[in-house]
Design a protein around this ligand. Structure first.
Ligand code: F6R
Ligand code: MG
Ligand code: MG
Length: 370
């Protein structure tokens, strides 16, 4: 029997601004998840939060895109929204962009990724959850660990990985349907790099190992402003990465996060910021940020999860957190002067663009010199 991991995450309201969900909201999600395990819908699951988002990790046998699983997640977020409303929390129901559930949470606001596999005798995997950033936050780390032997010498050392990996990359600016390209490393290395260098537009959907065709990683691809046509909050990206043996080791998957790479997000979703790796259930603070990502390691066996290991909760990452804070402050130092802020088409609030339109009308075109 195959096992499916479904990871669905949404901001349905938070305490003190866009900072964290309330205890009551998290308790409600945990209670519903326990009920779903009791009723047999799920074989196991976990509830965590990252900044103002609640993440549901669900284990089951229904495969990806199953309406019952998605409806369970949607209904859970409706319930946590109701609690947020009853407590007068900020941004209640922020990521629930549609009024009625229509079979799948994709395109409705929550971030989601799912993977189905035959369990290996030992099945380690990592759950990544980001807040105050877009799904492109995973471009650099997933490129680095699956494609770049300079960074990950495991690609050279382990014969199991010699055949390389296949990337499925989505053009998230195309909103009529999913528009995806499939490219392989090592042969398409430069083409993959050409796309992934623009993480606001080209986003990794999944990575598959070439030798056996097993899915190594899945990541969410939804962009809220592409769904709603306007700013309605920053995306809440999630990813699941399987590790060890035919996949990079857990440490090789974590190590790119030591770069504290710059991404677009932070306050009002409009600033460049260094990604800070944080422990699970971390809050948002400085400048409505900084952008944070947590990493939880699990094994799953016959549909049951082990306890999680909080992978960024180790002294090494304190050094990286300091580095991320330093890099963020370096850029914050120049305020609104680019590239501190994002490009115009990524401005998440309309103020700058509206001002530019008004000012454009006041420009005077001088007649060309004779
Ligand atoms: C970014 C974010 C916050 C808000 C900011 C203003 O993802 O959630 O930075 O954009 O706090 O929020 P509103 O517009 O709700 O007052
Ligand atoms: Mg929010
Ligand atoms: Mg959020």
């Amino acid at each position: 029997m195959k096992t499916t991991l479904s990871l669905i995450k949404a901001d349905t309201g938070s305490v003190g601004g866009h900072n964290r969900p309330s205890e009551a909201m998290v308790a409600m999600a945990k209670e519903r998840l326990a009920d779903a395990v009791k009723s047999g819908l799920l074989s196991d699951g976990r509830v965590t939060f990252t900044g103002d988002d609640i993440a549901l990790l669900m284990v089951h046998t229904y495969g990806v895109d199953h309406a019952d699983i998605h409806k369970f997640a949607w209904d859970t977020f409706v319930e946590t929204t109701n609690i947020a409303k009853s407590q007068g929390l900020y941004g209640a129901g922020q990521d629930l962009l549609k009024d009625a559930f229509s079979g799948n949470v994709r395109g409705m606001g929550p971030g989601s990724c799912e993977v189905e596999f035959e369990e290996r005798p030992a099945e380690p995997f990592i759950v990544f959850a980001g807040d105050k950033c877009g799904p492109g936050v995973f471009n650099y780390p997933l490129f680095s660990c699956f494609a770049d032997p300079y960074h990950n010498a495991g690609l050279l050392l382990a014969p199991e990985m010699h055949a390389g990996f296949t990337y499925n990359i989505m053009d998230v600016n195309y909103t009529e349907a999913d528009k995806v390209i499939t490219l392989k490393v090592p042969q398409d290395y430069y083409d993959i790099a050409t796309l992934l260098r623009d993480p606001n537009r080209y986003v990794i959907e999944s990575v598959v190992e070439n030798a056996g065709g097993l899915t190594a990683a899945v990541a969410s691809t939804s962009r809220l402003h592409n769904i709603a046509g306007k700013y309605v909050g920053k995306d809440d990206p999630v990813a699941i990465v399987r590790s060890q043996k035919m996949f990079p080791s857990t440490g090789e998957i974590l190590s790119p996060w030591a770069r504290a790479h710059y991404t677009l997000g932070d306050n009002r979703g409009s600033h460049h910021v260094a990604v800070m790796p944080v422990v699970q259930n971390s809050i948002i603070s400085f400048f409505d940020g900084p952008t944070i990502v947590s990493a939880a390691g699990y094994c799953v066996h016959e549909g049951k999860l082990t306890e999680s290991v909080d992978l960024f909760d180790q002294p090494f990452w304190n050094h990286i957190r300091d580095k991320a804070a330093r890099k963020t402050l370096e850029l914050r130092d120049q305020g609104f002067f680019n590239p501190a802020m994002g490009p115009h088409d990524e401005m998440e609030y309309t103020g700058v663009v509206e001002n530019l339109k008004r000012l454009d009308a006041k420009f005077v075109t001088r007649s060309p010199k004779k």
